[in-house]
Design a protein around this ligand. Sequence first.
Ligand SMILES: Cc1ncc(COP(=O)(O)O)c(C=O)c1O
Length: 364
Amino acid sequence: MTSIWDRANRQLRDLAVYEPGKPIEETAHEIGAHPGEIIKLASNENVLGASPKAVAAMRAAIESAQLYPESSGVYLREAIARRLGLGSENIILGNGSNEIIEFIGHAFLDRGDEVIVPEYAFIAYKLIAQLFDARTIETPTANFQPDLQAMLSAITPKTKIIFIANPNNPTGFLIEQEKIDNFLTRVPDEVITVVDEAYFEFLDDPPNTLRHVSNGQNVVILRTFSKIHGLASLRVGYGIASRSLIEVLQKTRQPFNVNGIGQIGAIAALEDSEHVLQSKRIVDAGRAFLEEQFSAMKLKYIPSAGNFVFVNVGDGPTVFKKMLARKIIVRPLRGYNLPEWIRITVGTMEQNEKCIAVLKDVLS
Ligand SMILES: Cc1ncc(COP(=O)(O)O)c(C=O)c1O
């Protein structure tokens, strides 16, 4: 009998499934604990919770759940654009910023095209490239710092897209302003560069990449409401680019791709500067604590610019399992081929202290 796989697009056969952070409910069930006892530090979520202003706005919005949402999210796009000093025609919304990565694939990738990413880049780029049967070229890193010159040298006539997360997940490494400027100005016009800034709001002195959009370069900047705004479950992200690039991406989008409740929550979250500030403070203090502890424990880590820390624990999968049994979910990095490393999301100080105490025990 023939298999349905023989009829499916051939590249799907070997496409890895994205492995998300282990959910709280599933963990509680597996280890026979109450969900309230589990500490999840595995998906770079906001430990402070959602913006309270967003929650209040969404409670009211749910009363109109029978109505289709604004199709392209014009009010949210206008609100984002106002903050950035751009027009709504420079913004596209996605069902999470992940969906915009897929739009970029739909718009620009064909079988045999090439996509360049630094090794250990956020894994979604590679998965989307494969979905469109494009080839991913991974360029080297030195101590997890991308070699930008190697990325430029890897460009061929087949190169369609370059992806860079800044800071990167899972490493937390940030490319500074001068280097990213120099890089973006040297990428030829035929190649689209995607700068994924999912953790932008956690940065003290964020590189300004918007200037490259304003200069008319083929750059798409990705941002999200999933991280500092605490709306990961709502799935709202956005892309920023030139008017013509956004016009192309809009063609690839299904109508109503971002739900109306999420749109309203995101508008309120943008206004909630207090929540953003407080979330950043918690992350700044918690990340300093974790990094200090890792130093004291003589564990190698990469100084992080995000709300997570990437740390070498020797045997990542075993440490993950042992910590799980102790009700703490961290992120093993099998999919990244980094078996010695785990990624730990910064929690509340109480969660961070517990996490370190358990990690010490597990490693002793
Ligand atoms: C670098 C990076 N980009 C994109 C995303 C996806 O975010 P979203 O929830 O907006 O799809 C993540 C989530 O972990 C991320 O780390």
